[in-house]
Design a protein around this ligand. Structure first.
Ligand code: ADP
Ligand code: TRP
Length: 318
């Protein structure tokens, strides 16, 4: 099984990203025989137009992954932009991609509705994503549900190309991450950078403490019984606990655990779980990112070059 996935460099990592994306990705890598993970920096250009922000976000995401336990010996991690074959293949694929296929992509419409500029790059985003996948002859692509349609477009493009030019590409399968419960933010809505309600994984102790102590609750008194299902503190705390531990904690809420005490315990659970990872993150430097990305690039480049040689020959460019 060859697994491949792309990660968008998206700024300061939060608990939602960790439980919803990083943890399942790391589990996938653990099980796969061979895996490729790349930083989708070319895709990021469709929404990020500040060079320094992008540069920093690319470095941060590699260091975040390394701190969280990504093993560069087990999987290659590299920048999409460091392998020019991605864009070369994208062009060739775009010549066999029906317009209608892209017009049906919901993510383009969603993003435009959210205010992202409707650029040609945003529209052809799925073709670049198809190139990312097909270049490595990946058979399994672990993604969140929102990316399923993009992998299906990649499948359609692979089939179309193979029909036109002969068997060239492995037709990939999406592997949709088991629906992780949406991690709530400090205001009870979905945790998201755009809502400013995050608990950051790698921020300074004081900032994490401020975020946790600032979780919005109702106005029940210290000893009043509380409904754990309606309480953001409990919903977050549960992420760190086993089933039995969650049940026992829920019982305490029903008996009247004070919100202040509940927050203190959540902070302790956070530090217990992430203490080692956080310490490791502070020791990693820009050099570690560069070294890791270069090793990944070398491994990825070999596969990309072999596929491109085949593609050029198939279409008559060689
Ligand atoms: P944000 O909403 O903060 O901008 P991103 O869209 O960059 O987060 O999220 C990257 C990935 O992290 C998503 O694909 C999703 O799988 C996961 N994720 C983000 N927020 C949450 C959340 N609140 N609960 C569960 N998973 C999340
Ligand atoms: N579009 C994906 C996302 O926003 C990132 C991505 C780019 C990707 N290329 C990919 C994911 C190839 C899987 C395979 O999350």
């Amino acid at each position: 099984m060859r697994v491949l996935s792309g990660i968008q460099p998206s700024g300061q990592l939060h608990l939602g990203n960790y439980f919803g994306s990083i943890l399942p990705n790391l589990e996938f890598i653990g099980k796969a025989k061979e895996s490729f993970f790349f930083i989708a920096d070319l895709h990021a250009l469709t929404t990020m137009h500040d060079a320094e922000t992008l540069r920093k976000a690319r470095e941060d995401i590699v260091l975040d992954y390394l701190a969280c336990g990504f093993d560069p010996k087990k999987a290659a991690i590299y920048d999409q932009s460091s392998i020019p074959e991605h864009t070369e293949l994208m062009w060739i694929l775009s010549t066999v991609t029906p317009m209608g296929l892209l017009e049906r992509a919901v993510s383009y419409k969603d993003k435009v509705q959210q205010g992202v500029t409707a650029s040609a790059g945003l529209f052809t985003y799925p073709v670049l994503m198809a190139a990312d996948i097909l270049l490595y002859q990946a058979d399994t692509v672990p993604v969140g549900r929102d990316q399923k349609q993009h992998v299906e477009i990649a499948r359609d493009i692979a089939v179309k190309f193979n029909n036109l030019y002969g068997e060239t590409f492995t037709v990939p399968e999406p592997s949709i991450r088991a629906e992780v419960a949406v991690v709530p933010g400090t205001d009870g809505r979905k945790m998201s950078k755009s809502y400013g309600n995050t608990i950051p994984l790698f921020a300074a102790d004081a900032e994490v403490k401020k975020a946790i102590m600032g979780i919005v609750t109702d106005s029940k008194g210290a000893n009043d019984p509380k409904d754990p299902e309606q309480c953001t503190i409990y919903q977050l705390h549960k992420l760190f606990l086993s089933k039995e531990q969650s049940k026992a904690l829920a019982e305490e809420y029903r008996r009247g655990l004070a919100y202040g005490e509940a927050k203190k315990r959540l902070l302790e659970a956070f530090i217990d779980t992430f203490g080692v990872i956080r310490a490791k993150r502070t020791k990693l430097s820009a050099q570690d990112a560069t070294k890791t990305l270069e090793a990944g690039r070398v491994r990825a480049q070999a596969v990309a070059a072999a596929t491109m040689a085949q593609v050029r020959k198939a279409v008559g460019l060689r």
